[in-house]
Ligand binder design. Structure first.
Ligand code: ADP
Ligand code: ZN
Ligand code: ZN
Length: 763
């Protein structure tokens, strides 16, 4: 497809004077069809496909988007007028609309739901420049001495002094010629008062400047040439380019530290030479920081970054800037919805990551697969990169559907880490376990610290202990809304439900037997942090998990401290396993591999393998060999062996065998259906009814209803079904049948209140 088709001016049909004209409009609701409106003559000259409009639905009005313009009045309802046209130019291109349609069709949701995910809320109607006020040091202060003089004069104005100090907390090194500008909002965020700021401005200590923002920071300039590739990297690049002539998708299986990023940079540079755009997808915001720097140093200010931590205005700004000036977009899954005009390449980095899947709300899309659909529309290529390919992608590669390129050599021939397995059962018998820490692991940590090296430890549970229990009667406090035990968090001394978020103070007496003997059970990251401190009182220990990273910037602060070696041991959940690259980490540990392996899910082994391989990748880069310790009660589990051997192919074959036996993906396409209701009886009735509706047609493809492991969340009971569809043309009509039956279920007396959700390719 060429540029013209992708450009905004795509109105296939326009308003024609003298005829009754209609527009089919996408409305932001879970409706399985578009709504048709008549176009009043006064708006006729403004309507076009891809423009946003205001339309009435029932008694409300919504912002919708025009999909088609035609002259066929709707047959079964009285047509209403469009109320307003909001855009001067279309907000979305024809290619975007086609992509939305594919997603809605494949993921069984409405166009309105896709639209809600795709368009940033702040999309402007008429653009008026945004401004932001910044605070900087007054130009009259031009040296350290003068600054100290100022601080002395503020000795009796505590708030002003605090404000000035807080300004400097944003400044790495004062540069009096070009004083650092701190956004006023940010500076005043804490306890600072606006009065203190006005006072400092009056005294010529600080000054305010207003800047027009385009928040787009277009100041970064390219400072480095593209990297010179190693022989192996160059070969991989050549193979990829050769394969792109034959296949839309190529999988790059490159071991950790093989320099995949350098290969990506090279391929992106090639696209720019051809005048095309590149999209670089990452599974999580957290991973973007390291890559932004690397891309900007090579490509400068044509790199745009897009993710959900940006506010609506910022996102809208980038949305509008994609056709230009940005030629490279780095972002998380939602950046697939930007209006690319000439996309040549999509890189899906860490393609195996399950966080590429949107879990809730619909569209429950997988960014990797959505990227492949988008690339087809643009005639662009897709590169999937990872050290541990997903079973699906590797299967597609070995079946010849995707190209496959392997990069088995680490850059600079860094040695792969030595992986040791600790048999927790045996160690316990020998009295060599201290809680969750084996003596071997403690020794290894001690040695690493002694050599002034850093340690990363992975534990899959956050909080202090996964549950607490009365030592007298065995009572375990549970959530009143969900069927799970409450996790104890020492921070705040609360019991917290990890499903609905409700919390209550830690019990002091058992509600059942009044005993005061309440014990914490199991090990979360908080507790590991405490226990490690007992063994290594001198060590600087930090924790990285959802709780620790909740505060704004906390994540990058912790990683920054770790990178600058202000932390010796970093203990955390999977956040510590991601593709982060620290030079001085010589030891990585998995505290409890069993919690991963025993998870009741057909992907548990795949996820365990990925996670353990990722953890291993953290240890020892550059010139020294790292070591990895995995603690497990099942040292003979084949997955553990394959991790130890770093044997991806062995793992793939093992998994494929299991998946085939139980007819799981990639041997089928899985669709999961969940029903929810407050009343267990109503839910059961709905589940049985649905089974009767589905089973005659779906036959052995249908499993369920069954209760999920956690069968009640936020006061709603859950019942699930699985539908295993063939990977062929049969799937489509059966998916439609499924949706029809769900709609039929809602029509039945007493069942309209049952919530249903559908997840295609659940993770
Ligand atoms: P991967 O993503 O495959 O784990 P990286 O791209 O992070 O590997 O590369 C690992 C390290 O090796 C990084 O520090 C990177 O800067 C360095 N490196 C890789 N290839 C090159 C190259 N061709 N020139 C210079 N440095 C390289
Ligand atoms: Zn009790
Ligand atoms: Zn709960």
């Amino acid at each position: 497809m060429n540029n013209e088709q992708a450009s905004p001016a795509v109105a296939a049909a326009a308003w024609t004077p003298g005829q009754v004209n209609f527009a089919d409009v996408i409305v932001p609701l879970a409706l399985n069809r578009l709504l048709t409106y008549s176009i009043p003559a006064a708006l006729g000259y403004r309507v076009a496909v891809g423009k946003r409009v205001t339309v009435p639905v029932g008694k409300k009005s919504y912002t919708g988007l025009i999909r088609h313009i035609h002259c066929h009045p709707p047959e079964n309802y009285a047509v209403k007028d469009l109320l307003a046209v909001l855009d001067d130019c279309p907000s979305v291109t024809e290619i975007q609309l086609l992509h939305w349609e594919q997603l809605a069709e494949y993921y069984l949701c409405s166009m309105g739901e896709v639209m809600k995910a795709a368009l940033p809320n702040g999309l402007r109607t008429a653009f008026r420049p945004l401004t932001e006020t910044y605070v900087r040091l007054h130009p009259s202060i031009s040296s350290e001495e003068e600054l100290h003089g100022c601080l002395d004069t503020l000795k009796r104005a505590a708030k002003q002094e605090a404000l000035l100090l807080s300004y400097f907390s944003f400044v790495e090194e004062p540069d009096f010629a070009h004083p650092h500008e701190v956004p006023k909002k940010q500076l005043l965020q804490g306890v600072q008062t606006a009065a203190a700021l006005s006072a400092c401005v009056k005294k010529n200590i600080l000054e305010l400047v207003t800047r027009e923002t385009g928040r787009l920071d277009l100041s970064a300039a390219a400072s480095k040439a593209a990297p010179v590739l190693s022989v192996a990297q160059q070969q991989a690049c050549d193979e990829i380019n050769a394969l792109f002539r034959k296949k839309n998708v190529v999988l790059l299986h490159g071991v950790t530290a093989s320099g995949k990023t350098e290969v990506y940079i090279n391929l992106i540079a090639e696209q720019l030479r051809l005048g095309r755009q590149a999209l670089y997808l990452l599974p999580e915001i957290a991973l973007t920081t390291q890559i932004i720097d690397r891309l900007q140093s090579v490509f400068g200010n044509i790199v745009g970054v897009y993710h959900s931590k940006y506010n609506n205005n910022e996102r809208a700004e980038i949305y509008h800037a994609v056709p230009s000036p940005y030629r490279i977009i780095l972002g998380v899954r939602s950046s697939l919805f930007l209006p690319f005009d000439n996309l040549g390449l999509i890189i899906v980095d860490e393609e195996h990551e399950t966080s590429y899947k949107q879990y809730d709300p619909a569209p429950r899309y997988h960014a990797r697969d959505a990227a492949i659909m988008l690339a087809q529309l643009h005639r662009a290529s897709v590169l999937l990169g990872t050290a541990t390919p997903s079973i699906e992608s590797y299967y597609n590669a070995s079946a010849g559907k995707y190209g496959l390129v392997t990069l088995a050599e680490r850059y600079h021939h860094v040695q792969p880490p030595a992986i040791a397995i600790v048999n927790v059962v045996r160690e316990r018998k020998r009295k060599k376990m201290h809680g969750l820490l084996s003596q071997s692991l403690l020794d290894a940590i001690g040695e690493a610290l002694g050599r002034n090296e850093q340690v990363i430890l992975f534990q899959n549970r956050r909080g202090y202990s996964p549950f607490v229990q009365c030592a007298e009667c065995g009572h375990i406090p549970r959530c009143t809304q969900c069927s799970v035990s409450l996790t104890y968090h020492k921070r705040g001394n609360v019991l917290l439900c990890h499903y609905c978020g409700t919390s209550q103070p830690l019990l002091t007496v058992c509600p059942e037997c009044k005993s005061a003997n309440i014990q914490t059970k199991g090990f979360g990251t908080e507790r590991m942090e405490d226990e490690l401190q007992l063994f290594f009182p001198q060590a600087r220990i930090a924790r990285l998990d959802l709780d620790a990273a909740r505060a704004k910037h906390a994540y990058s602060r912790i990683l920054g401290n770790f990178a600058q070696r202000r932390i010796d041991i970093l203990v955390g959940t999977q956040m510590v396993t991601k593709g982060l690259d620290f030079e001085h980490v010589s030891l990585a540990g998995v505290l409890n591999a069993d919690a991963l392996l025993n998870f009741p899910d057909f992907r548990a082994h795949e996820r365990s393998f990925h996670l353990m391989m990722q953890v291993s990748g953290r240890a020892g880069r550059k010139d020294k060999q790292g070591s990895v310790i995995i603690q497990t009660m099942q040292p003979d589990n084949p997955v553990i062996h394959l991790v130890q051997e770093a044997d991806y192919n062995g793992f793939f074959n093992l998994q494929l065998h299991e998946r085939k036996e139980f007819h799981f993906p990639p041997y089928s396409r899985l669709v999961s259906v969940t029903l929810r209701h407050r009343q267990p009886d109503t839910l059961q009735q709905a589940a049985e009814t649905l089974r009767h509706l589905l089973a005659p047609t779906l036959q052995q493809r249908l499993t369920g209803p069954f209760q999920p492991v956690v069968n009640r969340i936020q006061d709603r009971y859950l019942a699930c079904f699985w539908v295993r569809l063939e990977r062929d043309a049969n799937a489509r009509p059966l998916k439609h049948f499924l949706m029809e039956q769900l709609a039929a279920l809602h029509q039945l007396p007493g069942l309209s209140g049952v919530e249903t959700s559908v997840d295609v390719d659940p993770m």
